[in-house]
Design a protein around this ligand. Structure first.
Ligand code: G6P
Length: 365
């Protein structure tokens, strides 16, 4: 049956709202008898020595996020690149490399070319795709579906959080196979992940507040996003979403890079959106935030209620997310990134589902 908007004003709004349901479905598909189960032929993480992750656009930011998971949870070295660079760089692929290509459509020309480059070089080729009948899926040894369902909005939302979920499952599997998580620790992580769709559902409660903030953001000409550690890729995704559909210039920086350039842009006209769950780097992010405020910058702090309280006075706006284990935060905090972009675009009156000059799938170079 044709996909409709189910009463929502835009496909993007519907696709944001259905994330609790599709994340649950994606997770269900990867469990059998309580254990993580991969489609055949699986991936033998006791033999894989490094991972290469390649993608474009939003899928690339899912890969960048996954690098933190694979490295921190599984101590597995990961190389990440955008497909258009990877394919022409002719990177050496060392023995024991598994190459994963992440693509919603499975038809992105550069990602496919990168896959073909790895064909006779990598140990295994895997496709993390939404469309399982796609060319990228067909040409892979292993297909890992993300189970997001049809995504119509050009700006990717639920495919991103489903890509993250599948990549995180792989990282947990790798951590267990490499002896970095014992059975009990793995069970604990799995319980946390299984509870995540419920948190995402609670997180949707920020929508009203987001709409108000977005009306103010829609007057800005430039917006900065900051994040540290695993939240840095999410900051990049937040900036991408915003520029794609609201046409406001947005840039993301790793918080620690603030002093190396972007702070020169800060004044009262440039809102700075800080993605700061209470993780091990929270205090550092807050001190970067204070540097921005000291220069008259307007901060939108995205954290939990305790984090917002600890950050003290002087913050322009805040969005309170449910408390979450820091390693799960990129999936939960994708919501404010998406909702801010969506409502800013609606406030500006742009064509949210069909933004100018962009295509859902880039099948030519
Ligand atoms: C286009 C779309 C993006 C998407 C990117 C990669 O730029 O507008 O939403 O992230 O292509 O697409 P893929 O299908 O390979 O994930």
């Amino acid at each position: 049956a044709a996909v409709d908007k189910a009463g929502y004003k835009h496909f993007m709004a519907k696709e944001i709202a259905e994330q609790p349901a599709v994340l649950t479905r994606a997770l269900d598909a990867y469990f059998a008898d309580g254990a993580i189960a991969l489609p055949e032929p699986g991936l033998d993480f006791s033999r894989i020595e490094r991972l290469t992750l390649v993608a474009c656009g939003t899928a690339f930011y899912a890969c960048l996020t996954a690098k933190y998971w694979f490295e921190q949870l599984a101590r597995l070295p990961v190389e990440v690149d955008v497909a258009s660079e990877f394919r022409y760089r002719e990177p050496p692929i060392s023995p024991g490399t598994a190459a994963l290509f992440v693509s919603q459509s499975g038809e992105t020309a550069d990602t496919l070319a990168a896959l073909r480059y790895c064909r006779d070089r990598a140990e295994t080729i895997g496709a993390v795709v939404n469309v399982t009948e796609s060319t990228i899926a067909r040409e892979s040894d292993l297909v890992l579906p993300i189970h997001a369902g049809a995504e119509i909005g050009v700006a990717s939302t639920k495919a991103f959080t489903c890509q993250l979920t599948v990549l995180l499952l792989l990282a947990l599997r790798a951590a267990h196979a490499r002896g970095r998580l014992d059975d009990a620790a793995l069970a604990d992580k799995i319980a946390g992940l299984r509870a995540l769709p419920g948190l995402v559902n609670h997180g949707l409660a920020i929508e009203e507040a987001t709409r108000d903030i977005a009306r103010r953001l829609s007057e800005a000409r430039d917006i900065l996003f900051l994040g540290r550690g695993i939240m840095y890729p999410l900051a990049l995704e937040g900036a991408l979403k915003l520029k794609e559909i609201s046409y406001i210039h947005a840039e993301a920086y790793a918080s620690g890079e603030l002093k190396h350039g972007p702070i020169a842009l800060v004044d009262e006209h440039v809102p700075v959106i800080v993605m700061a769950p209470r993780d091990g780097l929270f205090d550092k992010t807050i001190s970067n935030m204070q540097e921005v405020m000291a220069r008259g910058g307007r901060i939108l702090l995205v954290s939990d209620a305790t984090g917002i309280r600890e950050a003290g006075d002087g913050v322009w706006q805040s969005l309170a997310m449910p408390e979450v284990d820091p390693w799960l935060a990129p999936i939960l905090y994708a919501l404010p990134a998406q909702l801010l972009a969506y409502h800013t675009a609606v406030a500006k009156g742009t064509d949210v589902d069909q933004p100018r000059n962009l295509a859902k799938s880039v099948t030519v170079e």
